[in-house]
Design a protein around this ligand. Structure first.
Ligand code: ZN
Length: 325
């Protein structure tokens, strides 16, 4: 007999693995997230008259149309995946809660799939983790840039010169960060944007990024980069010149400096090399965990798993390049 305790929602990784290993529990978790009112609807026509076919764990719609039979995976990031729900849900738990992320090699070993499958799963889960960044920022906001990637230091002089002629910033990708401080709760919120190409580092482009994301009238702290000159038209703009000091009272970008070091630890430690093309996905992954860091593991998992619906990402979309990270 299964005790009621065993049926309780999992709180730890170990409990989650046991819980999701039961196909009924895994399915119940997905149903709860997808149809919170408990009414299962056909994803094709919206009809509520559906019959469950237990042997195949699918439903059949009573209306006559194509794709009458549907599983809980239809219309989610898991659609067309032969990988079972127990592995998907465990993977979501892992990535939502692993402080420094989880590589495809690690995930492959942990849940018993190939590295290529794990890589594809992780990218699809990252898609589910996108966009949970809580709207526009306001109050006290820090804005700063950093450069990510590039392995120029391991290259020969000649190759380095050749590459840097072709790629500005030595193959590194510029990234802008915006961080809303929250001294009372300590729950600061971060957003990151990949600045693609030199154009994006120009004044107009950088200021539009700030204006799109930060409420007018907020206090914005930046370094002395010229691209930020003029923000004082819409903001209380405070500048800290890093050539002189790192902080003057509340004028600093130390929140973001800390965030950059967390981010770089994750990227260098776990993912080692990230294609610039995919960088935004890893940035969003880290922002998701950071912005929800005050939640429990179970709540962070629910956020990720509750966001898998209405999203698709195909292997072709992801790229034809070698899945290596
Ligand atoms: Zn239908």
């Amino acid at each position: 007999m299964v005790s009621t305790i065993a049926k309780r929602h999992p709180k730890t990784l170990q409990q989650a693995i046991v819980y999701f290993a039961d196909p009924d529990m895994a399915l119940a978790t997905m149903i709860r997230l997808r149809w919170p009112d408990g009414v299962i609807k056909c994803p094709t026509c919206g009809c509520e008259k559906v019959a469950f076919i237990r042997s195949r764990m699918v439903w059949e719609c009573s209306e006559k149309h194509a794709k009458r039979q549907f599983s809980v995976k239809v219309g989610t990031i898991m659609e067309d995946s032969p990988i079972k729900l127990d592995k998907w849900l465990t993977a979501m738990w892992l990535i939502a809660n692993a402080k420094n992320g989880i590589s495809s090699y690690e995930l492959a070993r942990s849940i018993g799939v190939t590295q290529k499958s794990a890589w594809f799963m992780l990218h699809r889960i990252r898609l589910a983790m996108q966009g949970k960044d809580g709207g526009r920022l306001g109050g006290y906001v820090e804005v700063d840039e950093t450069y990510i990637g590039g392995k120029a230091r391991f290259m020969s002089g000649e190759r380095k010169a050749r590459l840097s002629a072709k790629r500005p910033f030595g193959g590194k990708v510029p990234v802008m960060g915006l961080l809303q401080r929250s001294p009372e709760t300590g729950a600061s919120v971060v957003k990151t944007v990949v600045l693609t190409g030199e154009r994006q580092l120009k004044k107009h482009a950088m200021q539009s990024l700030v204006r799109d994301r930060v409420d007018t009238g907020s206090t914005v702290n930046t370094d002395a980069l010229k691209s930020y000159l003029g923000l004082d038209r819409d903001y209380i703009h405070k500048v800290i010149d890093h050539a002189e000091a790192y902080a003057q009272g509340t004028v600093h970008t130390n929140g973001l400096e800390n965030y950059w070091s967390l981010l770089k630890r994750m990227l260098h430690g776990t993912y080692v090399s990230v294609e610039p093309f995919h960088l935004f996905r890893y940035l969003d992954e880290q922002a998701f965990r950071f912005n929800l860091r005050k939640l429990s593991d179970a709540a962070r998992f629910a956020f990720a798993a509750g966001n898998v619906f209405g999203k698709r990402l195909t292997f072709a979309q992801l790229t034809a390049s070698n899945p290596t990270c």
